[in-house]
Design a protein. Structure first.
Length: 283
């Protein structure tokens, strides 16, 4: 990969999240994608990153269509319900804006629990379909040019979103502007320092994996976060107060005592889990 490749932008010399100029090469995956690490905030990111044209074409078909298995649908519904239930431990249902609303499942769950919901996603056909299905306003186009009410939302919801955009700082800044003073940012992201990722990374560095660094998901993930790096960034750089950091819920249809204990441990030890959730309020 070079800056001349039309699929990629020129390499970044400054961290897009904290503006630190101390950016160093950290890793390379089996596809040849370079991973840099910011020495200021510790966040890793793909470097160089894809062009806007590539990402637009990729995300035009990103949301899957067609039937899912009943088991997969049940799991997603239970997980989205658990996510909204977590949010409701800190606030009553109010006005929610979901960025990256996808197939609209979290909007449907929240609406059924009394939330007033709005969403945003990049594909026009998908947003129109979700708007009809959920019965909510779903935006598309330039997120940062939308006529959204500053200080008008009780929750800004970004679940599995912040790893995708080239300018994640703009998303966090927008979330802070949109939230009411007592509102909550719901943020869910993959954990690059999970137990599984650490093990795979070690195998790759030892030459024992044919697909070194596959867990970076460099087909479409551009940024890589951990429970030790993202919460300090939210507080020190973006003006939030972090309320909690937890592992993502893993609903099971037939839990045993052993799986309940394991899931509880993962929930309360987010540094071990493959994904984690942050709830934060603007200061």
């Amino acid at each position: 990969m070079t800056a001349r490749d039309p699929t990629f932008d020129p390499p970044l010399g400054v961290c897009p999240l904290c503006a630190c100029p101390d950016v160093r090469a950290f890793d390379r995956d089996y596809r040849g994608a370079c991973i840099s690490r910011c020495e200021g905030c510790g966040v890793r990111f793909m470097n160089p990153q894809y062009t806007d044209a590539y990402l637009t074409a990729y995300y035009a078909s990103y949301v899957p269509e067609g039937p899912r298995t009943p088991e997969a649908r049940a799991f997603r519904l239970a997980q989205k319900t658990a996510n909204v239930e977590l949010l409701e431990r800190y606030m009553a249902p109010g006005r929610m804006f979901s960025v990256g609303s996808g197939d609209g499942l979290e909007l449907a769950v929240a609406k059924s629990r009394g939330w007033t919901v709005e969403g945003y996603d990049v594909d026009d056909a998908t947003t129109q379909r979700v708007a009809r299905t959920v019965g909510a306003r779903i935006y598309t186009g330039d997120l940062f040019a939308l006529p959204l009410e500053c200080g008008g939302y009780d929750c800004v919801y970004l679940d599995q979103v912040l790893e995708h955009p080239k300018q994640p700082a703009k998303y966090l800044e927008l979330a802070r502007r949109l939230l009411k003073p007592a509102g909550i940012l719901y943020l869910g992201v993959p954990n690059i320092e999970s137990l599984a990722s650490r093990g795979k990374s070690m195998l790759g560095r030892l030459g024992l994996s044919r697909r070194r660094g596959r867990f970076y998901d460099t087909f479409h993930h551009l940024f890589y976060y951990a429970p030790a790096t993202l919460p300090p960034l939210l507080e020190q750089r973006f003006g939030f107060t972090v309320l909690t950091v937890l592992g993502d819920p893993k609903p099971r249809s037939h839990p045993t005592v052993a799986t309940r204990l394991w899931d509880r441990a993962m929930r309360h030890a987010p540094w071990l889990d493959s994904t984690f959730v942050i709830l934060a309020r603007p200061r």
